[in-house]
Design a protein around this ligand. Structure first.
Ligand code: 5GP
Ligand code: ZN
Length: 114
């Protein structure tokens, strides 16, 4: 049985605010936004984190970055700037064990991240 929260969101079993979708990717609003725009992009395939990515996932990771660009343009943050972030493991603060890419924008961000 797959008990993964983001697999359930991608399949529609758990509701979410969908922003975009393709055969292999689902993008939705983060429930606890850290910026005026905060979208999560996930592969529909269950991959727990960066560390479990395999050769066959190269294409979908590239497609996620291209979809993030499209969403950034749709939501009007492409020209002001945005960040695409993936947290991997405990020290990075990864809370959900299904790889996800945060698209953040709509405000100025500092560097380095906390
Ligand atoms: P992480 O800390 O693992 O990189 O990020 C997990 C993200 O998932 C957090 O930003 C958190 O707000 C978001 N999140 C957790 N549970 C849910 C949920 O049920 N629905 C949505 N839309 N986002 C969630
Ligand atoms: Zn999953």
């Amino acid at each position: 049985m797959n008990d993964c929260l983001f697999c359930k969101i991608a399949s529609g079993e758990i509701p979410s605010k969908k922003i975009a979708e393709s055969d292999d990717i689902y993008a939705f609003e983060d429930v606890n936004p850290q910026a005026p725009t905060h979208i999560l992009l996930i592969p529909k395939k269950h991959v727990p984190s960066n560390l479990e990515l395999v050769d066959g996932d190269k294409k979908v990771v590239g497609q996620i970055f291209l979809m993030a660009n499209e969403i950034a343009a749709q939501l009007g943050i492409d020209q002001t700037g945005f960040r695409v972030v993936t947290n991997c493991g405990a020290n990075a603060g990864q809370a959900v064990s299904h790889i996800h890419f945060h698209l953040l924008g709509g405000r100025e961000m500092s560097w380095p991240p906390g």
